[in-house]
Unconditional design. Structure first.
Length: 342
């Protein structure tokens, strides 16, 4: 496929990749993906369940709205880095947003689904252990595969279908154990603020919305020549609008009485920034990390979340949970191994 000259050129580029802290970009990408995936889930869970008695918990809808604003600002800055001129950036945005309203209309579907998904993540992590959520959330692989067949015309080989079946089995084991354990806890306790069934429904809905929105957005990106940063700004503007409407509709009275930033602290802002930059971070490192690497990063983050939850968050995994997690990790790796590199 490649000539000898091209092969030598590729080897030369790989050999001369810059090192960061003694790591090449591919190794660094793996570490960044693992840390980001694990930290977002664990810290979001901790921020929703560990508050001071005299401090109100922050409103999830305001966190989602602020994350969209931070994402827009970051994309605008990256567009400036690319174009080297604020005036040119503003002119490009004016042309792409004001003169092409049909492009904004295209962004309404994925942005609305992403806004819904981000709110559901807070609901899920308020009602599920971090490790349980991390494993169950891998069902987005199944929904993404289904929507990629429908929207992008892709096909799956036998190994991928087997991986998806294993994924369903593993998640079923984990959720069966989670719900049964919660039922036992509720029977032995007069009050329990966590509702695992609500958390499960939130995760499942989030997985479906994530799969459809991701494939829809990918189809838009691959059928146009518009800059990725401009597309993300368009997506962010629509997402911020949906998030603002949802925030006002669901929490207006609470915001009016106690302020938009009630319950906010350093941890809350860290969670908001992490959520805002997470998707952009993955899109940046993906040029170094192929699908196999992302699969391994997901698997490692599941293990890491479970270990940290065990030592810091009083999470006690059972044999069924460990077995289900192992099946999910195996399915994730199998699906990634039989995927073509990006």
């Amino acid at each position: 496929m490649f000539s000898n000259a091209n092969k030598n050129k590729i080897k030369y580029i790989a050999a001369t990749d810059p090192l960061y802290f003694g790591l090449n970009p591919k190794q660094l990408s793996l570490i960044v993906l693992v840390v980001q995936n694990s930290m977002l889930v664990l810290l979001m869970r901790y921020s929703r369940t560990s508050t001071q008695p005299d401090q109100p918990i922050y409103i999830a809808s305001t966190a989602v709205f602020m994350a969209e604003l931070i994402k827009i600002a970051t994309c605008f800055y990256m567009l400036y880095v690319q174009e080297k001129s604020y005036r040119r950036c503003i002119h490009m945005l004016y042309l792409e947003i004001c003169h092409k309203p049909q492009e904004i209309v295209k962004m309404l579907v994925p942005s609305g689904l992403y806004a819904l998904q981000n709110n559901l993540l807070y609901i899920a992590l308020s009602n599920l252990e971090a490790a349980t959520f991390q494993v169950t959330y891998q069902l987005k692989i199944l929904s993404t595969a289904a929507f990629s067949i429908w929207l992008l015309g892709r096909s799956l080989n036998r190994e991928k279908w087997l991986a998806l079946v294993l994924l369903m089995i593993g998640v079923t084991l984990v959720q069966t154990e989670s719900v049964s354990s919660s039922s036992t806890t509720c029977a032995n306790s007069d009050s329990n603020s966590q509702r695992p069934l609500v958390g499960l429904l939130a995760v499942l809905t989030s997985c479906v919305s994530s799969g459809f929105a991701g494939c829809y957005f990918e189809k838009i990106l691959k059928t146009s020549t518009t800059s990725m940063w401009i597309r993300n700004i368009q997506l962010g503007l629509c997402g911020a609008s949906f998030s603002f409407i949802g925030m006002i509709a669901s929490d207006f009275s609470s915001i009016r009485n106690q302020g938009m930033f009630q319950g906010y602290n350093a941890l809350t802002w860290f969670v908001v920034i992490n959520q805002a930059l997470g998707g952009l971070l993955v899109s940046l490192v993906v040029k170094y990390a192929d699908n196999i690497l992302k699969g391994f990063a997901t698997s490692i983050s599941i293990i890491l979340s479970g270990i940290i939850s065990f030592y810091l968050l009083d999470f006690q995994p059972s044999f069924v949970f460990i077995a289900g997690t192992g099946v999910v990790i195996a399915a994730t790796v199998m699906y990634g191994v039989h995927s073509k590199p990006s």
